[in-house]
Write a new protein. Structure first.
Length: 147
């Protein structure tokens, strides 16, 4: 594919897509939600939609937010968008829900009086913390197992 969004032809953007996918790529409204099963071409549709918006509608990369659930899918989406529009893709938000929310929190959390250097614990981190608290309080871990 091309490396600049303006040089991408409609044929390139729509090739290999079924009629429903082509309709989603060229959809005139906004925003657009694409819901489909695994392996159905969602990433292809979304990345081509992004390139279409930039090339045909003059949308700026910093005006685009592309959200997915997994780091793998976000990485794949970033890679495909970069293939379509070039390095300008670095200025758009292509991420998971979690990383987008963390980014927003880090930008705005100081307004609430908190530091932006917070940590987010996963379940394993949470269990370790509970275990340390129980040890500090001399609680019997057999009687009060961390869960």
């Amino acid at each position: 594919m091309s490396t600049t969004s303006s040089a991408i032809s409609d044929d390139e953007l729509l090739s290999g897509l079924n009629p429903q996918q082509q309709e989603a790529v060229a959809f005139a409204g906004a925003p657009l939600l694409v819901v489909a099963g695994a392996g159905s071409g969602k990433t292809r549709v979304l990345t081509r939609r992004i390139a279409f918006l930039m090339a045909r509608r003059g949308v700026k990369p910093y005006e685009i937010l592309a959200i997915t659930f997994t780091n793998k899918a976000a990485g794949e989406m970033k890679e495909r968008v970069t293939e379509l529009v070039g390095p300008i893709a670095k200025s758009m938000w292509v991420s998971t829900f979690h990383s987008a929310c963390v980014r927003l929190l880090r930008q705005e959390v100081e307004r609430l009086g908190y530091s932006s250097s917070f940590s987010i614990y996963d379940s394993a981190d949470s269990q370790k913390l509970i275990q340390k608290v129980c040890e500090t309080l001399n609680l019997d871990s057999k009687r009060y197992p961390p869960r």
